[in-house]
Write a protein that binds this ligand. Structure first.
Ligand code: FAE
Length: 547
């Protein structure tokens, strides 16, 4: 999008190469040269990674939503906590002066231990978008299982570093299907409000939305939805809207308006680093070890747990293996990370008393993507904010909630792009492959069909009404549906099944799950507000009764 110098060939006045490199913008993070954000180096984090032989009252595995809620509330209650994070700290600018890599130039900051990018939109106009990069402990993991690629954030802040910031509370009438054993009145009265406040969730000013060039794409999406009779909803987010207004006015370095999304956001987005983790640091009771990966948790001879941790370098190599003990351990490694750890620990005899529910109930939140090709009189805009603000709700009638997503290429594409969350009934299971020494997931690609069917209840109708067609060039050659991936892994250690109704793992006193692994596969909307609210609920009870 900023790349106006590379001109390979001209097609309809648009450089082919510029088209391709520009299109990479929605697949990565951007930053503006010369406007590096101030590094927030934290003395305790930087100076004090955990030492071998250490004993800690509480060890939290992972620094995403669940882990951050647990650490903050425990520290506020007077408990010292150590957080272990396999990814980097993301508090130090790179050689270009920016913490996060540029949108149009994915580099070794962008992907977790890959030599070639694996961008969710693999193609544009038939051209493949992926490119070679140096292998490094970058920010976005595209973890491949048999039938699905699961995208996850890596680093202090977990998924909050890379996600779209859509902060959606599910409709209350759907809550019984999401977490059937949880008291909805408590969640909607106390814990959802607490989570939304802690995360800094706000909704865009509708008047600005109606006038801002960067939301032309969403207004076209709204118009098409409404003309087909679907309700359009404003979706709250964790972006500083005042900052975005200044981006639009050209008075501050651009971030959302430079398409930053998947590889980090240098300004404007309120990731956990700016909310829960900032408050965690202010307690003075929490230390964080980035580039440390937990490999084993087993009961310690004298009580508590022995935890083995690999210290990594930025090439992903183990530089030290540390043994620490902890009175209590919180698994907050994300749905995939927690599930993989637990099925391995059960199968290898480290935690044999874990029950048979471990690894089960995993779902993809029904994620499926598609694009539509609009008429020439419906341009979606050259500059598109990377933060979605609107959705199309057809959950009750068709089992789909579609986020109107940006396609921030920097050029006019006349494309509308959507990530749908659908009512997909399929649930997969993590199991341990002893021969390979790793966890596997039995998801099948064909299981996305109910998601495609649900999304079609919206987009077939819109296409028919508007006289438009699906894009076939975004996920391969002549492929309409992005049905190979999820951004929203959920389940694997489901609440009230693998754990009790507050996340205490069955079989072991002092072991807890407190992340997306607790949620059985679907939240009907984007999941991080529900993960945060559930963690707020559970930690309150655990602090009251277990400490
Ligand atoms: P998560 O945030 O994944 O944190 C787990 C942490 O544990 C990570 O930092 C890992 O690196 C770390 N870890 C894993 N294993 C280990 C280990 N063995 N040792 C040490 N550390 C470990 O978990 N959700 C929304 O609600 N709205 C959105 O707009 C949205 N957009 C998304 C866009 C993308 C591209 C992606 C990838 C996700 C998006 N999500 C969105 C999903 C959301 O980020 C995700 O549900 C939460 O981050 C999950 O929170 P957890 O606390 O479960």
């Amino acid at each position: 999008m900023n790349d106006t110098t590379m001109q390979d060939s001209e097609t309809n006045g648009v450089s082919r190469r510029r088209f391709i490199t520009g299109t990479g913008s929605l697949l990565g993070a951007a930053a503006i040269a010369g406007h590096a954000p101030r590094a927030r180096a934290d003395a305790r984090t930087a100076a004090a990674p955990i030492g071998s032989g250490a004993h800690v009252p509480v060890l939290v595995i992972g620094t995403g939503y669940g882990g951050s809620v647990a650490a903050l509330r425990l520290a506020e209650a007077g408990t010292d906590v150590h957080m272990v994070e396999m990814g980097m700290a993301w508090d130090t600018p790179g050689a270009d002066g920016k913490i996060f890599a540029n949108t149009t130039r994915p580099d070794d900051r962008s992907f977790w231990l890959r030599t070639r990018t694996k961008q969710p939109l693999s193609n544009f106009l038939g051209f493949p978008l992926d490119k070679d990069v140096n292998r490094r402990t970058g920010i976005l993991d595209a973890e491949e299982f048999g039938g699905i690629t699961v995208y996850q954030g890596r680093g202090v802040g977990g998924g909050s570093l890379v996600n779209g910031g859509m902060a959606v509370t599910p409709r209350r009438e759907h809550f019984g299907a999401i977490l059937p054993t949880v008291n909805a009145a408590e969640m909607y009265g106390t814990y959802y409000p607490r989570a939304n406040s802690g995360l800094g969730v706000t909704t865009i000013d509708p008047a600005w939305f109606d006038s801002a060039d960067c939301y032309q794409y969403a207004r076209v999406g709204r118009k098409h939805a409404q003309r087909s009779g679907f309700p359009f909803l404003f979706v709250p987010a964790v972006y500083d809207w005042d900052y975005m207004k200044q981006e639009a006015a050209g008075t501050v370095p651009k971030s959302a308006l430079d398409g930053e999304i998947l590889y980090g956001n240098n300004h404007g987005k309120k990731s956990l680093q700016k909310t829960y983790i900032e408050r965690i640091r202010a307690t003075g009771r929490v230390t964080i070890s980035p580039l440390h990966k937990v490999t084993t948790v087993t009961p310690a001879p004298g009580g508590g747990y022995t935890v083995l941790i690999d210290q990594l370098d930025t090439g992903g190599r183990t530089t030290a293996t540390k043994t620490v003990t902890a009175d209590k351990v919180f698994f907050a490694a994300g749905s995939v990370g927690t599930s993989k750890l637990l099925v391995g620990l059960k199968a290898t005899g480290a935690l044999p008393l874990l029950n048979d529910e471990i690894g089960r109930g995993w779902g993809d939140n029904g994620n499926v993507m598609c694009g539509r090709a609009n008429h020439l009189w419906d341009p979606t805009g050259k500059v598109q904010s990377s933060i979605p603000t609107g959705g199309i709700d057809n959950w009750d009638a068709g089992g789909a909630f579609a986020e109107i997503a940006p396609l921030p290429t920097g050029i006019e594409t006349w494309a509308s792009f959507y990530l749908s969350i659908t009512k997909n009934p399929h649930r997969a299971r993590f199991t341990w492959n002893a021969a390979a020494g790793k966890a596997e997931l039995d998801w099948r690609t064909a299981w996305k069909q109910p998601s495609i069917d649900a999304a079609k209840t919206i987009f077939d109708k819109i296409n028919q009404k508007e006289g438009t067609i699906y894009r076939t060039d975004l996920f391969g050659t002549y492929k309409i549906w992005g049905d190979h991936l999820t951004y929203h892994p959920l389940g694997g250690a489901v609440l009230d099944k693998a754990t009790d109704n507050y996340g205490r793992l069955h079989g072991y006193w002092g072991l807890y799950v407190i992340d997306g692994a607790l949620i059985p596969g679907n939240t009907s909307v984007n999941p991080f507000v529900t993960i945060t609210a559930l963690a707020e609920r559970n930690i309150e009870r655990i602090i009251a009764t277990d400490l």
